[in-house]
Design a protein around this ligand. Structure first.
Ligand SMILES: [Cu+2]
Length: 164
């Protein structure tokens, strides 16, 4: 079968590009431990009593490490009593330099969970628990924003992390 010189050159170039992409993916997976985001747990949003998410809150693990259990529902986040009164956007207060692992789940529809100025952007899906760990090195108040349109009150769905 005859293949034109230019066609062969382009096929070779495409083959090299595909090989480079595959090598980059393999290197990311093997060398840098990059994984696709996946739920850390699955829960039934209707019957989750007894799980930490039925009782959202901030938990100190000692040594500057914290766990924050949060729920999202139309149109608010809830991080328990430690983050302020019920019905008010939560303010998660932690000391500077803390390593915080967030566990977030939704009680109704898909929501987003984005923390301003930090590499954390989760999709919060009912029935799944999203997890991310972030270290807060800079003092200040950083907004937590729902960045996934979730209904008419979407724009009032927020909270914040207060780093002291
Ligand atoms: Cu929203």
């Amino acid at each position: 079968m005859h293949i034109d010189r230019y066609e062969r050159a382009w096929l070779t170039a495409v083959g090299i590009a595909l090989g480079a992409f595959a090598a980059a993916m393999a290197a990311g997976f093997i060398l840098f431990g990059i994984r696709l985001p996946s739920p850390v747990a699955r829960i039934n949003p209707n019957t989750f009593a007894g799980t930490p998410y039925a009782n959202p809150g901030i938990k100190s693990l000692g040594g500057g490490r914290y766990e924050v259990f949060m729920t999202a529902k139309m149109w608010s986040f809830d991080a328990g009593r430690d983050s302020g009164p019920v019905g008010v956007p939560p303010r998660v207060k932690i000391p500077r330099g803390s390593e915080v692992t967030f566990y977030v789940t939704s009680l109704d529809v898909d929501h987003g969970f984005y923390i301003e100025g930090h590499a954390i952007n989760l999709e919060v899906i009912p029935g799944q628990v999203a997890r991310a760990t972030v270290t807060f090195m800079q003092a200040g108040e950083f907004n937590i924003i729902c960045n996934q349109y979730c209904g008419v009150g979407h724009q009032v769905m927020y909270g914040s992390v207060v780093v002291q």
